[in-house]
Design a protein around this ligand. Sequence first.
Ligand code: ADP
Length: 495
Amino acid sequence: MKSLNFDVHFKDLFDNTSDLIHFLDIDSKILKVNPAWLNNLQFSAEEVIGKSIYEFIDPKSHEIYKNYRSSVIATNKLEDISFELRTKDGQKILAEGQIGCVYDVQEPVYTRGVFKNITSKRVAELNLEKNQRRLNTFLKSAPSAVVIIDQNQTVLEWNPKAEEIFGFKTEDVLNRPLGDIIIPPQFREAHAMGMAHFLKTGEGPVLNRTIEIEALHQKGHVFPVNLSISNVKVDDDWLFIAFISDITEHKLLQQEIIRQQAALMQSKILDEKKDEFLSMASHELKTPLTSLKAYIQLLEKSVVSGNALPVQFLGKASHYIRRLENLIADLLDVSKIKADKMIYNFEEFSFSELLSECVESVQHATESHRIEIEESAEVNCFGDKMRIEQVIHNILTNAVKYSPDADLVILKSKIIENRLLVSITDFGIGIDNKNLNNLFKRFYRVENSDMKFQGLGIGLFISSEILDRHQGEIWVESEPGQGSTFFFSLPVRGN
Ligand code: ADP
C-alpha cells in the first residue's frame, strides 16, 4: 500500500474541493485562495493575492464578516457565518462556512476561511417560500372552501373558508381522514370505494366537474354543497384538491322561486277558472232569460192585439223563471257554504213521500225519459226536507241531462244496516274513472269533447255538502258509455 503523502493529498483536496477556501493575514490581506474560490468569483489569482478580502465581500456584509473574524481571532471559537461575496461582474454569492485562526505560540498568524456557495440553494429556498406564501394567500382569500387530501384521504390543507363552512378548525382536521369529518356516514363507504377504484383504474367519474352533494357540518347537520375535485400527481402520489361552496341559501332561494312560480301558476289557473266560471254562469243565466223575454214579448203582443195567448206559453214562461230561480239559488248556496252560513231546518219526514214528489216534479218537466221508482223504503228521516229534495233533484236532473240517448232512469231506496241507501241509475254517457274523485268538488265539470252540456259544476258539490251535514255520504259508480249510478246514504230514525 502506498504511504499517504499529506502535502500531496492536501493540495489535491485544496485544488479540487467545491468549497471556497481563502487564507488571510492578520490585516485581512489575501495570502492564498483555492481554484474553486477563483472560479466562483471569476477572478484570476493575480487579481486577488495581496488584496484586502473586503474588496471581494459585498459592502453590506463587511461589518458582519469583520466582527465574526475578530471574535474568532480573539477566542478561536468556530461558528457558522453567512455573508455575501461579489464576483468580478458584480453578482452576489451567498457563502456559508467557518473561519479558523492559526496561532504561533499565542500570536495569531493568519485566518483560514472555508465556505460553501449556497446561492442557488438559497434561491430555491426563497422560491419555495414565495410559492408557499402565494399558496397561503390564495388559500386564505379563496371564496370557496379549499381542502387538499392525499390518496389516503388524509387532510393536508384546510383553508379559512373551510373552517367557516364546516365549522371545524384547521388544527382539528389536519392529518385526519376526510371520511370521518365532512362526509355524511351514509356516503362514506361509497367515497372510500370511489377512491380505491380511482387508484386502481385511474377512473374518477366525480373528478374535474362540479357536482351537488350533501356535506356534514361540525354541529351534526347535513347541508347541500357544490363540489369540484381536481387531481394532481406529486412525485408518485396523488393529491386531490377539492373546491367546495355552501349552496344552502342558493337552494332555499331556488325553492322559494319554485314556490312562487307554483303560487303564480295556481293564481293564474284560479283566475282562468274564475273567468271560465263567470262566462259559464252568464251563459247559464242568459239562456232562460232570453226565452223568458221572448214569451213576455208574445204576451205583450197578444194583450195589444186582443188575441188570447195559449196558456201553455205562460207555463213555459214560468218554467224559465223557475230555472233562473234555481240557478241563482244554487249560486247563493255556494256562497253560503263557503261562508259556512247555510241554514238547515231539521224535521222528521217520510222519505218515500219525498222521493215520489220529487220524481213527479222532474218527470213533469221531462218528456224524453221515464223515471221509475223500482224500490222504495218506507222510512222516516230526520233532516232538512227541502235540502234532501234538492239533492235528489240534482242527481235526477243530471241523470236525465247526461243520458241524451237513453229514456230511462231508475230509482231505488232501501234500508241497509240501519241506514237508508238510495241509488239513481241512468244509461247515459258515464264517467271516466279518473274523474270520479273530483265530481263533488266545487266548479268541477268533466270535459266532454264530443258533447256540450249546460251546467256550472256546483250541483254535486252542494249535494255532498248537504249530505255531509246530515251525516250522510254520496258516491258514484260509472262505466263510460254505459251509464252511472249515484248513491247516497242517510241515517234513519228508528222506526
Ligand atoms: P253540472 O251543472 O255541470 O251538471 P254537477 O255538479 O251537477 O254540475 O255535476 C258535475 C259534473 O259531473 C258534471 O259537469 C258532469 O260532467 C258530471 N256528471 C254529473 N252527473 C252525471 C251523470 N249522471 N252522468 C255523467 N256525468 C255526470
